[in-house]
Design a protein around this ligand. Structure first.
Ligand code: AMP
Length: 206
């Protein structure tokens, strides 16, 4: 699967990050994620301001900034799982100019479940591992005590991210659906269950 190209789509909280990471390991692919790349460069000044100004408000970072990150990352990767991009139709057009896709997978999760997952999500700042205050509490007390919430996982910002998703990113899902490229996978259930479904889809197509 060395040069296989997977695009993982879904709302914030659908599990794109978790599943992409696991797919990249299982299929020996590069994990390319705009969210992580932007978080690592949140305070870098660009001509549009810093990524933080957009991210902490739940808005999209300007296409010019994000397109450059993606183009650079994809040109350095053979096979990849792309997550967090494209988030609007103009990014989808840009993507089709720079690469071909072998599988476009959409993780389908109900909106109430998305809000529950996002507002309860916590990060271990030392390892980057993701936990949840109800569904996935770490056994180790030291880890429990150092967990933090992502700046944009507060209820107000989560609502805005979901609004932006419906307005800008749902048309992207429609775009791939109309072209007959979209494979829909049920994104509810445990991370293991969802992983099995996505991996099966990719194996069938490879
Ligand atoms: P994520 O980790 O994918 O949920 O992304 C977190 C935040 O990063 C988003 O709410 C946006 O502010 C920004 N971001 C990530 N990917 C993109 C993208 N493709 N286009 C614009 N902004 C993005």
């Amino acid at each position: 699967m060395a040069d296989y190209h997977v695009l993982l789509l879904g709302a914030p909280g659908a599990g794109k990050g978790t599943q992409s990471k696991r797919l990249a390991e299982a299929f020996d692919l590069e994990h390319v994620t705009t969210g992580d790349a932007l978080r690592a460069n949140k305070d870098v000044e660009t001509e549009y301001g810093t990524p933080r100004e957009y991210m902490d408000a739940g808005e999209l970072v300007p296409d010019e900034v994000v397109n450059e990150i993606v183009e650079e990352a994809l040109s350095a990767a053979d096979g990849y799982v792309l997550d967090g991009y494209p988030r609007n139709l103009s990014q989808a057009e840009y993507l089709s100019d720079i690469t071909d896709l072998d599988a476009v997978v959409y993780l389908d999760v109900d909106e109430d479940e998305l809000v529950r997952r996002l507002t309860g999500r916590r990060l271990d700042p030392e390892t980057g591992d993701i936990y949840h205050v109800e569904f996935d509490v770490p056994d180790d007390e030291a880890v429990r005590e150092r967990l933090v919430q992502r700046d944009d996982d507060t209820e107000e910002t989560v609502r805005e991210r979901l609004r932006v998703y419906r307005e800008s990113t749902e048309p992207v899902i429609e775009h791939y659906r109309e072209r007959g490229e979209l494979v829909e996978v049920d994104g509810e259930g445990s991370p293991d269950e969802v992983f099995d479904r996505v991996a099966e889809t990719i194996r069938e197509r490879a």
